[in-house]
Ligand binder design. Sequence first.
Ligand code: GTP
Ligand code: MG
Length: 237
Amino acid sequence: MEDKITERVKDSRLMDNFLTNEKLLDRISRRLEPIEQMNAYYRCAIMEIETKFRVLSEQFSLKYDRNPIETIKSRLKSQDSILKKMNRKGIPVSLEAMEREIDDIAGVRVICSFVEDVYMLADCLLQQDDITLLEKKDYIKHPKDSGYRSLHLIVQVPIFLQNEKRPMKVEVQIRTLAMDLWASQEHKLRYKKQIPENEEEAISQELAECAQILASVDNRMQNLRAKLSDSRFQEDE
Ligand code: GTP
Ligand code: MG
């Protein structure tokens, strides 16, 4: 008899726990839902921008004898990185503030062959009537002290939902293969590495020199292309 009662008490505790967990899960999932929805919106915005570049890539391949786009890479910033960034910038934690203040939740990186292609592709994108340019940072004309070069555009693109048209922000980084080589190598070398303080300056200087060498290779390649392919890049008419 005693045992049966104990069993029942245990059962009811289990049930209580279960109900509490259910409620908790429900509460968590209700809180997660808007974040998940927002992530889905950003994924759609990435698709929109990627498609625009893929369409351009198709057109260039058909129309000209070459394709200026080497690769397109996209990423959605993780929730963890978003929260860290908001914290660092003293932004209050809310979905509205996140959407308003964080520009690089959706990121599309376009790697192209020549420096001229970077500007040409940026123009092609910005000419499209559903694209609004919010910010442009030209780290090719004005490289960062680190040596980093790339063209950054923050654009707004609409996504079309069932009953709604929603403008979304996307950070587009357009760079050459050489610029991308430098950025990825530098990231690999620096990321999570404890660089001794006394070596920091020499290492930064060497990285900046590597960036300059790559910039000069980019310019030489650009000049070679201008010499060799003037006629090949003309529209077939
Ligand atoms: P945020 O507010 O953090 O976006 O700073 P910001 O707007 O001043 O930075 P910006 O938008 O100019 O650059 C941010 C992105 O550019 C980074 O996420 C990197 O992808 C890239 N980037 C900028 N500087 C460097 C650099 O020195 N090295 C590498 N590897 N990437 C860089
Ligand atoms: Mg930024």
